[in-house]
Design a protein around this ligand. Sequence first.
Ligand SMILES: Nc1ncnc2c1ncn2[C@@H]1O[C@H](COP(=O)(O)OP(=O)(O)OP(=O)(O)O)[C@@H](O)[C@H]1O
Ligand SMILES: Cc1ncc(CO)c(N)n1
Ligand SMILES: [Mg+2]
Length: 547
Amino acid sequence: MASVPPLPPYRPRHSDAAALLFRSPSFSPGVSPASATRPPRRFPVVASARDMPWPHVLTVAGSDSGAGAGIQADIKACAALGAYCSSVITAVTAQNTVGVQGVHAVPEEFVGEQLRSVLSDMSVDVVKTGMLPSAGVVKVLCESLRKFPVKALVVDPVMVSTSGDTLSGPSTLATYRDELFSVADIVTPNVKEASKLLGDVSLHTISDMRNAAESIYKLGPKYVLVKGGDMPDSSDAIDVLFDGKEFTELRGPRIKTRNTHGTGCTLASCIAAELAKGATMLHAVQVAKKFVESALYHSKDLVIGNGPQGPFDHLFELKSPLYKMGSLQKFNPDNLFLYAVTDSGMNKKWDRSIKDAVKAAIEGGATIVQLREKDADTREFLEAAKACVQICKSSGVPLLINDRIDVALACNADGVHVGQSDMPAWEVRELLGPGKIIGVSCKTLDQAEQAWKDGADYIGCGGVFPTTTKKNNPTLGFEGLRTVCLASKLPVVAIGGINAGNAGSVMELGFPNLKGVAVVSALFDQECVAIETRNLRSILKNACSRS
Ligand SMILES: Nc1ncnc2c1ncn2[C@@H]1O[C@H](COP(=O)(O)OP(=O)(O)OP(=O)(O)O)[C@@H](O)[C@H]1O
Ligand SMILES: Cc1ncc(CO)c(N)n1
Ligand SMILES: [Mg+2]
């Protein structure tokens, strides 16, 4: 008998590739006579999920019965950011919104056994630690990590719960400092923990947080993030990141809510999830901070429990009408600032792979990338696009695909750019769902209006100057660009013949919705893509400061 594939999971009709498969007349699960001889169809999940490894975080932490912090927060945070989360439990706490009523530590040997079970079987990318109740547990963990190395270690040095209850005693402190910090990629103390780690120094100001980060850095981790969630008298929630050389202040509005239980666990897990996906540390911390801020904002009025510290909703995105698969980022028009568009002909001429071209443009400071590979064959293009998606994700630079909706779906790109003779933007929106970026090339007022109605996110307007990259492309000049900018509520990126010599004059036009320039030859028909990109970026910045 023909094996019947399981029904695909429910997904919003228009938001993923499954919708595409449902519409295809050739897809009818299990009823085709041919399925008796063919191997069973693969489960029609979201395009590319099948081919992509699942980023994996292992959390080594305590259970919170109230499920706001600890293991429970870690699993929810990782799930929200698209990472798998396995869990080694170090302690079971009886805990609620009032405080911690009891702690039952798991025997050290059994923590070791759990670690062995997970690490010997599964391919873990990043280990994140939370509550480590004894020096023995820290030692067992360090031993396991020596035996089963992972890509990164995130240490949240949980010592005291926000309710003031001790979760890890002073005897553990020395082992933390001596054994765990030296192998950590990042350590994320709140101000109270930073103070304890440094022998009860008092920390009141940002400058104190910087000094603390510097002192903890000397204990061996590659990065230190001192979190200011508990800093009184600040209207902003400010964290300080130190990499041994530079300090980065991460600032967000302090959300007025009682529901901040578990923010620290969540932040560290989000950092771990982003690192597992391949992000750089700075990007991982930025995403994590934004995630916590958004989750607190969406949960500010939740009421769970009667105590002073409530949990928040990690899966708030599921309730949002803008819910989308895989990506938390909404389109930011500022990304259009320096828009790099690749060209297969130029890559061939300079003997560069698409991947190397994209890497170099990002290194030079491109803020968004479009793969415009008119001549590449589909299979080769898809492979390259998948590699570019990884590169762009890890740098926080959106990646769009020119024309090819199918390739964009298959590689899970951030969106597409279409022209007037490609699929209409509203059809593209139907296929890609609300969360993806759609750009449309427009030359006229009518086209700009239509792009808005169709649900596009931005307009590409040109050719502003004569170009050789695109054949039979009328030149609009500044006047044409002005018409389109004024006609539209959408952000606009100027394109066509723009280079280091004229980019400044485009930005100086100063139309409020003109957000940047898109360039092809100016970056890719050059010997060193990174240098040209850097140069153009500084020209654009200078022009903006003048206008
Ligand atoms: N009310 C708030 N509004 C916005 N961001 C906040 C707020 N409270 C905390 N944060 C942010 O949450 C993250 C976690 O920091 P926090 O200092 O709260 O950690 P923590 O004390 O270890 O939390 P917990 O122990 O409850 O898990 C930081 O990025 C911090 O800036
Ligand atoms: C189990 C556990 N881990 C961490 C924290 C820190 O919030 C907590 N309250 N409980
Ligand atoms: Mg904490």
